[in-house]
Design a protein around this ligand. Structure first.
Ligand SMILES: [Zn+2]
Length: 235
């Protein structure tokens, strides 16, 4: 199993490279490039959310708690005093960070349903839906955010599999095959919830047409090709 430092470093480098590319071809501005690097890095530790008492699990539940608390604070009009906003915000955060976190770990097991491609897709669609509906991102940027979460997530699964091959002894550890799977058939209840989240998130996501057209357009690859190497350089 790859450790936390490996996961976060590889995901940060991978997302940084991809964000630079998106920035240079004019897909996004500077602030969105930073955001993409951040969400890709989070994607890279996201599968280990099912490992209780690990950094990823604590970081992710803290992040979710903060995001939901702030979304609530921003959405309330000025009826409440600052002190009330602080207290309720803190209560929302704590409820997610502790009771919900404990409840979550009661029903999940490490390298179970969350180490799967279906979970990567669900988290990606969920991020797209949140970015579009709550953070006023354009349809294109929202889909890009979802795709980068998926990208970071898959880097994690690949690293886990890579680390279960013992190169020195050329043997394969027992954990091989537990990280990268399409869906966890041993945990049907959790897997069904994950599929449900994916379908629900897709339902409230913006149309992916512009995003898909841009990805499939030959012009996009022309621009990438032109910007990739220093001018005057040809392969
Ligand atoms: Zn893992």
């Amino acid at each position: 199993m790859a450790n936390f430092n490996t996961h976060i470093t590889v995901a940060a480098v991978g997302s940084g490279l991809l964000s630079t590319l998106c920035l240079q071809v004019g897909f996004i501005g500077t602030s969105d490039a930073l955001l993409l690097t951040l969400v890709g890095t989070i994607g890279g530790i996201l599968p280990d959310v099912d490992l209780q008492h690990s950094y990823p699990s604590r970081i992710i539940f803290s992040l979710i708690g903060m995001i939901i608390a702030f979304l609530w604070i921003f959405s309330t009009k000025n009826e409440l005093s600052i002190i009330e906003l602080w207290i309720i915000g803190l209560m929302i955060y704590s409820a997610i960070r502790y009771p919900l976190w404990m409840l979550f770990h009661k029903y999940t097991k490490h390298r179970g349903a969350f180490h799967s491609l279906v979970a990567a897709l669900a988290f990606a669609l969920f991020s797209t839906a949140i970015s579009f509906n709550f953070f006023a991102k354009t349809a294109f940027v929202s889909w890009l955010i979802g795709m980068v979460v998926c990208y970071g997530f898959i880097i994690h699964l690949l690293l886990d599999e890579l680390y279960s091959v013992d190169f020195m002894n050329r043997r394969i550890k027992r954990s091989f095959g537990t990280a990268m799977k399409i869906i966890d058939t041993k945990q049907w209840a959790t897997s069904s919830i994950i599929v449900g989240v994916a379908v629900g998130a897709f339902w409230v996501s913006p149309s992916p047409t512009v995003f898909i057209n841009t990805l499939l357009s030959s012009e996009t690859y022309q621009i990438i090709g032109d910007r990739m190497l220093p001018s005057g350089f040809t392969l």
